[in-house]
Structure formats: structure tokens, C-alpha cells
Design a protein around this ligand. Structure first.
Ligand code: LLP
Length: 389
């Protein structure tokens, strides 16, 4: 199986830290997705661009024919720039601004995922002003838990997302009375970095219940959007670079009860891009005290915030001293003056020196795109293997 390859000799002239994307891994991941969804002519995958909006990455994803899931006007602009057709864009988000709704309408996007009655009213009003009809799905809060970090669980009643399931009939009838929105379907998303297929099975059951209930009242659904959330193997990215798409899509094939003519939409982000990307950083200093040995690198949480924000663990390898008989324990830390600026603690690395390049793996999703300017640091650049050849 392919693993991410690092053309280390090409890295010498590039300012660190930077993101590196292996397009072979990305293409193999996209092939694995397409192999599964081609078994169904009514399955559509929309890449959740919030995971990675790098234009070079987006172009490869567009070439593979995926649609796109946006959560802001900025994302819509970015994906149009990357060449995605507007009619493959779904647009979600709990707090869409007027200009974002206008943009979606002007570009004739595929569908708005609507999260509240006030939002429905605003979309109807803006569409009326423009003489347009907006295609809408309702995002439903299915009250299904997911076995993942609390910050990225979204499908519980306590979360701010979606509309309560018990209010659905009322909301759908309201939409059906409006002239400038067309109700087409249901949208769900229970969380992210989910590796237990049982969580997705629970979602499928919940969707079935709701469909039965709505059908009994003569409400017809065209679109079922199950959101994203499939996780990746952060512990062993090299052993397991391609997520298990077969198991994931099989859950929906087996458990989701479809009516004739229905299409099923998926919004995968992390599973598409996490493993093709790494953050490359240089060791500035190695320092030891009585109890610790620190590798102080030039990347900080401004470049990759996941460890600080979610206690995430990304595998770290030394690209300069790739193997060693006598690995030592290091805390890999950044230069920012906050203790949370730590990539990992007590990890084994070959003896590491000033100037060594480290790769922080599985950083293709929610890495570059979550970078910030804190401390007036520079935003990291992103490069693909293709441009470094
Ligand atoms: N659809 C909706 C409505 C979402 O809210 C999300 C992610 C996705 C799709 C894509 O989920 P994925 O397939 O990537 O799990 N920054 C966090 C992840 C936040 C995810 C937010 N929503 C992290 O670094 O782990």
C-alpha cells in the first residue's frame, strides 16, 4: 500500500514550516471513494471544503468529480475559483449572512441546508427579491451521539445545529407555503473523526424513522444528505493511509431505507484529505532539563492547532535522521509563549539535532486552513509533490 512519500532533498530551499501534500495519496483516496460510490448511481460525495481549501488540493478533488460542501461565502468563492461547478455545491451553516445567501442564489448552487425557521424566512425573502427559487434541505438535529471529541460532536440536542426532529412537519409545511423556496430533503451530520460504524448505523435508523413518519403524512423527500464524519487512523497513518470507505458506504447501503428516485449525499472532509498532508517543520533547538528533553520546532499552534485545541495526537517523524537504533524521548514544542503550544509529549524520535526536518503527519485536514496570524507569525504555504518535482 502507498504511504506518503517525502522528497526531502526538494525541501531544502523551502521556508519552514510548510504543508506538503502527496497527490498520489490524495488520488488513491479519491479512487477508493469513487470505486465505492460507482456501485450506486444515486450516491454523491461533496468534499467538505472546511477541511482543506488549498487550491492545488481542490483541483485534484474536482478532477475526481466530487461535489462540494461549503459553510461560508468565502468557501463558495474559493471552490468556484478551483473550478467546481456551482450546481454541485451544498451550502450549510447555522448563521449564514445575507451576502452569503445572495451569493449562493446568484451562483445557482445546488442546495441550501437550512438550520432554522428565521433562516428559512430570510432565504425566501432574499430569493423573492431576486426573482429566484432556492432549493433547500432542512438540517435536522437527530440527537444521535458520536464517539468522538466533545468539540466536534454536533448531532445532540444540546448542540446549536439543526432543527429538532419533532418540529419537522411544521417546518416543512411552512416551507411548502413559501413561493421562493423549494423543499427537497433532509440533512444530517452527527460529528467528526468517527470510527465506530455503529454511530452511522444509529443515524441511518433515525433517518428511517423520520422518513416513515413524514411519508405517512404525504411528505415526499428527494434528497437525503447524511453529512460527513468518517475518521482516519492518526495513530498509524503510514500503515493505514486510506480510510475504510467500503465499510462506511456499506452502512448506508445496508441500513438506510430509500424510496424510488431518492439521492444520497455525503459530505466527507477529513477522510478525503487528512492522510495526504503533513506539516514540515525544522528543529530550531534541542534543550534538556532535569526531567525533559524538548525539540523546539519552528511550527506552532498557529500552523496546526489540532493538538492544542482537541488534544489531538499526530504522528511525528524525523525526516533527516530517519532511523536510529537508539531513539530518545522528546516533547515536540513550538515557539509560541503558551504551554498548549505542544505537538506531542514523550514521543520517541531518533536522536534529533538543530536543523533536522520533522514531518507532523495526518495534517491534510483541518491543518493549513485553521492556521492563524497570532504572534504576527506568517501563514504556512502549501506545496504538492507535483510542483516540487
Ligand atoms: N458536514 C458538516 C455539516 C460539518 O459540520 C462537517 C464538519 C463536515 C460535513 C465534515 O466532517 P468530516 O468528514 O471532516 O468529519 N476542526 C475539527 C473538525 C471540525 C468538523 C466540523 N464539521 C478537527 O480538526 O478535528
Amino acid at each position: 500500500m502507498a504511504t506518503i512519500a517525502f522528497p526531502v532533498e526538494r525541501f531544502a530551499d523551502i521556508r519552514t514550516p510548510f504543508y506538503y501534500y502527496d497527490t498520489n495519496i490524495l488520488r488513491q483516496t479519491l479512487d477508493a471513494i469513487n470505486t465505492e460510490i460507482k456501485k450506486h448511481d444515486n450516491y454523491f460525495v461533496h468534499f467538505a471544503v472546511k477541511a482543506n481549501a488549498n487550491l492545488k488540493v481542490l483541483k485534484v478533488i474536482n478532477e475526481a468529480g466530487l461535489g462540494i460542501d461549503c459553510v461560508s461565502g468565502g468557501e463558495i468563492e474559493q471552490v468556484l475559483k478551483a473550478g467546481f461547478p456551482a450546481n454541485k455545491i451544498v451550502f450549510a451553516g447555522v448563521g449564514k449572512s445575507d451576502w452569503e445567501i445572495e451569493l449562493g442564489l446568484d451562483k445557482n448552487i445546488f442546495c441550501f441546508n437550512v438550520e432554522s425557521i428565521p433562516e428559512l424566512e430570510v432565504i425566501n425573502e432574499i430569493a423573492q427579491r431576486k426573482g429566484k427559487v432556492a432549493t433547500i434541505c432542512f438540517r435536522i438535529n437527530p440527537n444521535v451521539g458520536a464517539h468522538t471529541h466533545a468539540h466536534i460532536t454536533t448531532g445532540l440536542a444540546e448542540n446549536k445545529f439543526g432543527i429538532d426532529m419533532q418540529d419537522m412537519e411544521k417546518v416543512i409545511h411552512l416551507a411548502q407555503e413559501m413561493k421562493n423556496v423549494q423543499f427537497k430533503g433532509l440533512h444530517f451530520h452527527i460529528g467528526s473523526q468517527i470510527l465506530e460504524m455503529d454511530d452511522f448505523i444509529a443515524l441511518a435508523h433515525r433517518i428511517n424513522e423520520l422518513q416513515d413518519r413524514l411519508e405517512a403524512q404525504g411528505i415526499h423527500i428527494d434528497i437525503i444528505n447524511v453529512g460527513g464524519g468518517l475518521g482516519v487512523d492518526y495513530a498509524d497513518p503510514q500503515g493505514n493511509p486510506i480510510p475504510n470507505f467500503k465499510d462506511y458506504f456499506t452502512v448506508y447501503e445496508k441500513y438506510l431505507k430509500l424510496r424510488p428516485g431518492q439521492t444520497v449525499h455525503f459530505e466527507l472532509g477529513r477522510a478525503v484529505v487528512a492522510q495526504c498532508g503533513a506539516l514540515i517543520t525544522k528543529v530550531n533547538y534541542v534543550k534538556e532539563n532535569a526531567i525533559k528533553r524538548f525539540a523546539i520546532v519552528d511550527a506552532g499552534f498557529t500552523d496546526l492547532i489540532r493538538p492544542a485545541l482537541y488534544d489531538a495526537h499526530h504522528r511525528i517523524i524525523n525526516l533527516t535522521a530517519e532511523s536510529s537504533l537508539d531513539p530518545l524521548k522528546y516533547d515536540v514544542v513550538g515557539p509560541i509563549c503558551e504551554s498548549s503550544d505542544t505537538f506531542d509529549k514523550d514521543i520517541l524520535l531518533p536522536k534529533t539535532h538543530r536543523g533536522d526536518l520533522l514531518a507532523i503527519l495526518s495534517a491534510g485536514a483541518y491543518g493549513e486552513i485553521m492556521a492563524s496570524l497570532y504572534n504576527c507569525r506568517k501563514l504556512p504555504e502549501g506545496y504538492t509533490d507535483e510542483e516540487l518535482r
